[in-house]
Design a protein around this ligand. Structure first.
Ligand SMILES: [Zn+2]
Length: 281
């Protein structure tokens, strides 16, 4: 699933390509991908000019003048991109936005878990999913980050993945930052010491920024605005490394299920202490 760095890369890549261009036509090839009434969608989007492309959590948002927000959640396999010459529509192309300069924005999704919705400003703010989103990790201070986890009994990995607690983080960057901080993913949030939370904060900020610089991670399907892969997957320390050696201590990397997701950990660098286990019960 595209996480914060991937969606940020898409937004930054697409914005200069579409800014101040007008959507002249919308082609809906699979209406099930829309979370907005079909007729309303067609009527309201056509003729609108794109004035901003941005990200909130894992949502990709196009602002249309004067006050509409075209929102995409890419989920597992969604892609929003501008095909270059010679690249054509396939069976996974569900929405096509034709612009006044002849270019087209495609929304593709092989598994169809993603969606597109249209809101006006008050509608966006009233949308439960949006209004409940936690803070952006790159906008938090160290102290604000530490406060988020104090008094929380849920496991630290579950908290990192919970979009209401902190926004934009998924399995990749949760595993990478927990490894960097030497924290076991099953440690209850309230049992992670302040010094370790500081390490987690700095690890997370570092890994998110490095991944944005590298154009995101293309572990499975993610592609950027022009359909190219990101590079950060080559920098993973722990994610997807099961059976390989830990880059710090050479112990073999293991996996375990935490919060329903497979987590990669080094059992030597990320120990679950008995203290924290008892607090988890
Ligand atoms: Zn290790």
């Amino acid at each position: 699933m595209p996480e914060l760095p991937e969606v940020e890369t898409i937004a930054r890549g697409i914005e200069p390509l579409v800014l101040n261009k007008t959507i002249v036509q919308v082609t809906i090839r699979y209406a099930g991908i829309l979370h907005t009434d079909l007729e309303q969608f067609e009527k309201q989007v056509s003729g609108r000019t794109i004035v901003r492309v941005w990200r909130r959590a894992k949502l990709l948002i196009f602002d249309l003048e004067p006050d509409l927000h075209l929102v995409f959640h890419l989920k597992m396999t969604g892609k929003v991109w501008l095909p270059q010459d010679g690249q054509s529509i396939d069976k996974h192309t569900h929405l096509i936005f034709s612009l006044n300069d002849g270019s087209r924005i495609f929304f593709e999704d092989m598994r169809k878990f993603g969606y597109c919705a249209l809101f006006d400003k008050s509608g966006l703010l009233a949308w439960r999913f949006y209004s409940q989103l936690g803070p952006e990790p790159l906008h938090l201070s160290e102290n604000e980050f530490i406060k988020i986890f104090s008094g929380r009994k849920s496991r630290i990995k579950a908290l990192l993945l919970d979009q209401r607690v902190i926004a934009g983080i998924g399995n990749i960057y949760a595993d990478e930052s927990l490894f960097m901080a030497g924290i076991h993913p099953e440690t209850p949030g309230c049992a992670v010491g302040k010094e370790d939370l500081k390490k987690l904060y700095h690890g997370l900020v570092q890994v998110l920024n490095q991944a944005i610089e590298a154009g995101g991670s293309s572990f499975r399907d993610y592609r950027n605005a022009l359909g190219y892969s990101g590079m950060f997957q080559e920098k993973f320390l722990i994610y997807g490394k099961k059976g390989q050696c830990c880059p710090h201590c050479q112990t073999m990397v293991e996996t375990r299920k935490v919060a329903g997701r497979t987590s990669c950990i080094c059992p030597s660098c990320q120990k679950l202490s008995t203290d924290t286990v008892s607090q988890n019960e």
